[in-house]
Design a protein around this ligand. Structure first.
Ligand code: BG6
Length: 480
């Protein structure tokens, strides 16, 4: 059981709070991981009687939690710990009102979860301090993206740093809370046979793909300002790249791990100016069909500008300029409304140095994060029968089968628990966030300077043709 605390969820009526945070908190509560004295206070502008909020929360939790996990009696007890407080996060006076409403902490830790747009982060932390809600025990959780550029991220980090110590700050990238993402570290650092081949002598290239079939759902206004580079590349994809490329940390401990990750981010070769045309591809989905269902073009989505030039797809060829990775391209891509939902990392090894048999002979390690959690190694084998005909076969490890069909923790459940336990291993440190922006900024600027408009791709496909060319011109291709 964790510390007695008040969990304040700013943006309490938003998608993230309703779809992810409350269901995660419900699961933690049901499993007895929250302190009995916990209070969860959702905060938002809408004037809502508490009962109406509870109904809204119940409806969303029922939709997110499986039927066997949703127990009415547990819900009643959970709901008794859940409250709603209407306030305007830009108004200092509302924080004073909130402080009075919460009362004296008497040993409670205050956890402020900022599930809001990043432009509210600075006013919120300042008001928290003025209202006396940011004592030395308090914790603050920030959702990505932290800012929309290096300058804005630095400003946010500085404002937060003026109120909270770094150990009180938890910058969430929910990909780090996924079981399979954590498994990347286990795979790399607990299997002696991988380390000797985990380098440029043996690895030809790495692919990191996060493909979604979803569009922008109810988040049009946010997404249209962000685009795929800020929404996914700056955080989730770069974090995956860090875990693949980092050196083994000396200990499995927050600072040691984050030190190694930030070194990778700083070693990323900048993509500047005209390079953006060769090394990056932007795309935007046009109308198309997914699973037999027609979907509209991006610029017809709710809350999106009709002449929007935000990208819903991005592919990049990155290089990590270190001894280990010299010359190994890392191809990253992410997109919405693609043919299928799949997040995977593919490590493509170099061919054998001397080919005894005809045909290509390469090993490939694929780590699938979604929709299934599996790790597979492609080996070349002899096909049965006369002659030496080779065929690739997969050594396939389906993690759900291996570990049984027990309920998989949602990333937010794991991360919320870490916040309550004060463990920042799976959170981004200030310098990591800034190093990631320092690499992304020139790409965003290059797109503007050279008027690189997104290339259209029909919804339900693998993105714009140019993304295939990014690999094809070097004799490579995206793995399906
Ligand atoms: C979020 C992005 O961080 O991650 C969304 O803002 C995206 O646009 C989501 O859909 C993807 O997460 P997951 O866990 O479904 O792969």
């Amino acid at each position: 059981m964790t510390i007695p605390c008040d969990i304040l969820v700013f943006g309490g009526t938003g998608d993230l709070a309703l779809h992810k945070l409350l269901p995660a908190l419900y699961h933690l509560y049901r499993d007895g991981r929250l302190h009995n004295a916990v209070r969860i206070i959702a905060l938002a502008r809408r004037t809502l009687p508490r009962n109406d909020y509870l109904k809204l929360a119940e409806r969303h939790c029922r939709a997110q939690v499986t039927r066997q996990d949703f127990e009415q009696e547990v819900w009643q007890r959970f709901a008794a710990r859940l409250d709603y407080f209407s306030m305007d996060a830009s108004q200092s006076a509302d924080f004073m009102r909130l402080a009075r409403y919460l009362g004296e902490p008497f040993g409670l830790t205050r956890v402020h979860y900022l599930a809001t747009a990043p432009d509210l982060f600075v006013p919120i932390v300042r008001h928290l301090r003025l209202a006396g809600l940011a004592d030395s025990e308090a914790r603050i959780v920030l959702e990505k993206p932290i800012g929309h550029s290096l300058a804005s991220a630095t400003e946010i980090n500085a404002a937060i740093g003026a109120v909270f110590r770094e150990t009180q700050v938890f910058r969430i990238d929910h990909y780090l809370g996924k079981e399979t993402v954590q498994n990347l570290m286990a795979l790399r650092f607990a299997n002696a046979l991988l380390e000797p081949v985990w380098r440029n002598n043996q690895i030809d290239h790495v692919q990191i793909s996060v493909c979604e079939t979803l569009g922008v759902e109810n988040r049009g206004p946010y997404y249209d300002r962000a685009g795929a580079a800020r929404d996914m590349l700056q955080n989730h994809l770069l974090q995956l790249l860090c875990l693949i490329a980092m050196e083994p940390p000396a200990q499995f401990e927050a600072e040691a791990i984050r030190d190694e990750k930030v070194k990778v981010l700083r070693a990323l070769k900048p993509i500047t100016d005209l390079d953006v045309q060769d090394k990056t591809v932007r795309g935007q989905y046009a109308a198309g069909s997914i699973g037999g269902q027609e979907v509209p073009a991006y610029y017809f989505e709710k809350g999106v500008d009709h002449d929007s030039d935000s990208e819903t797809f991005v592919a990049v060829q990155a290089h990590v300029d270190t001894w280990r990775w010299a010359g190994v391209p890392f191809y990253l891509r992410t997109g919405k409304r693609m043919a299928r939902r799949s997040s995977q990392i593919v490590i493509q090894f170099k061919p054998v140095p001397h080919a005894l048999f005809s045909g290509g002979q390469v090993n490939q390690l694929s780590i699938q994060l979604q929709p299934e959690e599996r790790v597979s190694l492609r080996m070349m084998t002899k096909a049965p029968g006369k002659g030496m005909r080779l065929e690739p076969v997969e050594l396939d490890l389906n993690l759900a089968q291996v570990f049984g069909q027990t309920r998989r923790w949602d990333a937010y459940e794991r991360l919320l628990l870490d916040v309550l336990e004060g463990d920042s291993t799976l959170f981004m440190r200030r310098d990591e966030v800034e190093a990631a922006w320092a690499w992304i900024d020139p790409i965003l600027q290059g797109w503007q300077t050279h008027f690189q408009a997104p290339r259209p791709y029909p919804a339900g496909t693998d993105g714009p043709e140019h993304s295939n060319q990014l690999l094809a011109r070097e004799g490579r291709q995206w793995q399906p």
